[in-house]
Design a protein around this ligand. Structure first.
Ligand code: RM4
Ligand code: MN
Ligand code: MN
Length: 424
């Protein structure tokens, strides 16, 4: 399903006057906004294929209807999002939840929706039907070389699938670890994982990156073999130039200073990718910016500063992806909200008066530093984000239009009320 361009245009028309009033006011407050609008328009977020179905918890899953039944429908859903906000220009696939059978056809379909393929994800945290050996006690870390080989082969296969689709990165998230003290020899687990990752790294094309994602705990509850940024960085450093750390915002212990982690990884040239979401307690996979929008802004402030210090292209030099999964919201509405929150945080970070902040820091003027940051954070930049969308052909108010067009109802009609998406 796709939306007629004229419908988007006429809906924008009806909102235009109000929008222009807000934008004019904002411009009179903050001055020239052209550069920020252009940067927002260029910034694209990868949508995870596993966020398009009903999420669920280990206690249950509540169907919302119209979930995409296959990879084609997942691409169509992301295409819809991209039509509405023009900032959702890629999809991140999870193998084997999404296996294309005709690569050229899938590539053509994505191109039709103006979508690229972001990082491909391997899955060695579940056993698949018919799988020879189990990952119950880990995959790349496993004590049995045969299990490790199976997991390595799977990752190499995912790289091959990614090549066929035009992806340029592999994300490896490992559930490997242990649930009880004494269960695992930490040194052996580290070494096995490193050896396995090295074999995967050898299969990586020259223009590819591998992202090593970390997570503090779950599903293992005593130790996780890639539990934090330090462990990820240690692997990435040993692997080589194509290996990077991936930061998932929900994968830290409570109150971790993620903005500082990001700053350090960028400085070390080892920040490669991002999984946006929000959380209150753990890996909650909630809508980006729904719980801690100030933290999201602070993270973006470090990203912008760190990338500028390295002369990096904000839009293309890091892998920007969402990783969320929902139990109570319509996932398409949720993803529209996440992308909006990410764009806002990015815009606010671009608004920070860097020169004034540098000067205030130099003078140890702490109160002034806070004023400068909060001046940017508390300025309502929603009209700028909307303007970027408008200029790119998107909707001024994507969520409102999504509802007005009854898209979920139409999807239910097309796909059924109890369709199930592969994924979490
Ligand atoms: C993990 C991690 C990975 C994601 C899986 C589905 O917690 O965040 O990035 O691929 O969930
Ligand atoms: Mn993740
Ligand atoms: Mn996660």
């Amino acid at each position: 399903m796709s939306i007629d361009k004229n419908i988007i245009a006429s809906e924008n028309e009806s909102l235009h006057q109000q929008h222009t009033k807000k934008l004019d006011f904002l411009q009179s407050e903050i001055g020239n906004t052209q550069a920020i609008i252009e940067k927002i328009a260029a910034f694209q977020i990868g949508i995870p294929s596993w966020a398009l179905g009903a999420g669920g918890t280990r206690f249950g899953r509540f169907s919302f209807g119209g979930a995409p039944r296959n990879i084609e429908e997942k691409i169509a859903d992301v295409g819809l999002l991209h039509q509405l906000n023009r900032n959702s220009g890629s999809i991140s696939l999870h193998i084997p939840w999404d296996i294309p059978n005709d690569y050229d056809k899938i590539k053509a379909l994505a191109a039709e929706h103006q979508l690229k393929f972001d990082a491909v994800n391997s899955n060695t945290f579940q056993d698949q039907p018919g799988q020879a050996l189990s990952y119950k006690f880990g995959s790349l870390q496993h004590v049995d070389v045969a299990v490790r080989k199976q997991a390595i082969d799977h990752n190499i296969d995912v790289i091959k699938q990614g090549i066929a689709l035009g992806s340029k990165a592999l994300t490896v998230w490992l559930a490997d670890g242990s649930c009880f003290p004494g269960q695992l020899n930490f040194r052996k687990a580290y070494q096995n994982t490193l050896d396995s990752l090295q074999q995967i790294y050898e299969a990586l094309p020259d223009d590819w990156k591998v992202f090593i994602e970390y997570k503090a705990y779950e599903p293992n509850f005593y130790s996780t073999t890639v539990a934090d940024w330090g462990q990820s960085l240690s692997y990435a450093n040993k692997l080589g130039d194509k290996a990077y750390t991936l930061v998932d915002l929900g994968h830290h212990l409570p109150n971790a200073n993620i903005e500082q982690i990001v700053s350090l990884l960028l400085m070390e040239r080892k920040l490669g990718g991002f999984h946006f979401n929000d959380s209150k307690y753990g890996d909650d996979d909630l809508t980006a910016g729904s719980i801690k929008p100030y933290q999201l802004f602070l993270i973006f402030k470090e990203l912008v500063e760190g990338m500028d210090a390295r002369g990096m292209n904000h839009a293309t030099d890091l892998g920007w992806m969402i990783d969320a999964s929902h139990n109570v919201k319509d996932p398409l509405e949720d993803l529209l909200q996440s992308v909006e929150a990410i764009m806002l945080a990015y815009a606010q970070a671009l608004l920070v008066d860097k020169k004034a902040l540098d000067d205030a820091q130099q003078l140890n003027d702490t109160a002034k530093c806070q004023e400068i940051l909060q001046a940017a954070f508390r300025t309502d930049l929603r009209p700028l984000v909307a303007e970027a969308r408008l200029r790119s052909g998107g909707a001024l108010n994507p969520l409102e239009l999504y509802r007005k067009l009854n898209i979920r109802k139409k999807l239910i009609k097309e796909r059924g009320a109890d369709s199930v998406a592969t994924g979490l």
